[in-house]
Design a protein around this ligand. Structure first.
Ligand code: ADP
Length: 258
């Protein structure tokens, strides 16, 4: 088996996940992009030694995409299980990333899997299948503090154990950067300071702020030899906004810090 992915615990998420798994309660990760949600699930599936099936949900993701469909092959019609059906049968962990983006029929389809029934109804086959004992449903969701993000209904949220993911504290985030990229600790610290500075600039009205992912990307570029300030500009400042004035202001600010 491949190596365990690197994940630095930030709170009590590992224990909570283990207990949710043991008790067969679905798990919801809340939080903005780039805060380690996917990495955490990769890590947990490794730790529990379970197969992980990840689905990046988007506006077009439908229940059919998850459950399965008939395809025509020559003169035959074949039924193909979708990823959710596979996970339910094989006892895998399914991770529905950004579940709120998916079409409403996805939420309907997972209902009977998220309560005591733990079963999946396949309407096209008229079949109901019981979930394998090891099956677990995990979803992530970006709470709609900002415009453009879809909400998840309270009645859906209440079917999960939920935890918020945010930016780790300075010490942990510095360690993450060093571990992920082998960058000098001193430079990692500066990048974390830049991240925190930008996170506190709420008046800029950025839709998303500097995530750990952006800091990791900047650290990678610096480690591979790109000048520090240029790395920060292209990995942190430019991805955050298209507003030229804000780009200039952020660039000046970052240049003072690294
Ligand atoms: P999300 O799924 O929340 O969008 P990811 O899991 O893809 O975010 O995290 C983005 C990157 O940030 C990862 O590839 C990893 O480099 C880094 N990262 C964030 N948090 C952690 C953590 N706690 N431990 C290890 N790496 C982390």
């Amino acid at each position: 088996m491949s190596n365990t992915p690197y994940y630095h615990q930030v709170g009590k998420e590992i224990e909570v996940f283990e207990h949710a798994y043991k008790n067969k309660i679905p798990f919801l990760l809340k939080g903005p992009t780039g805060t380690g949600k996917s990495r955490f699930i990769e890590f947990m599936s490794h730790k529990l030694d379970k197969k992980l099936i990840t689905i990046a949900c988007h506006e077009e993701t439908s229940a059919t995409d998850l459950i399965g469909r008939y395809i025509i092959k020559g003169t035959e019609t074949l039924w193909i299980d979708g990823p959710l059906t596979k996970a339910v049968k094989e006892g895998a962990i399914i991770y529905l990333d950004e579940i709120a983006e998916a079409r409403p029929d996805v939420i309907v389809a997972i209902h009977s899997l998220t309560d005591h029934r733990r079963e999946l109804y396949i309407d096209k086959l008229g079949e109901t299948i019981k979930a394998h004992n090891d099956f677990m449903l995990v979803a992530s969701f970006n709470p709609g503090y900002q415009k453009g993000f879809k909400e998840l209904k309270p009645s859906t949220k209440q079917r999960f154990v939920a935890m918020s993911f945010s930016y780790p504290d300075e010490k942990i985030e510095t360690e993450i950067l060093v571990n992920e990229t082998n960058i000098d600790k001193a430079i990692a610290k500066k990048l974390v300071n830049i991240g925190n500075k930008i996170r506190n600039l709420t008046e800029l009205g950025l839709t998303e702020t500097a995530s750990t992912r952006l800091l990791v990307d900047a650290a990678k570029l610096i480690h591979s030899g790109l000048p520090k300030r240029l790395s920060v500009e292209v990995a942190i400042v430019e991805p955050l906004t298209d507003d030229l004035e804000i780009i200039n202001a952020l660039r000046d600010l970052c240049n003072l810090m690294i």
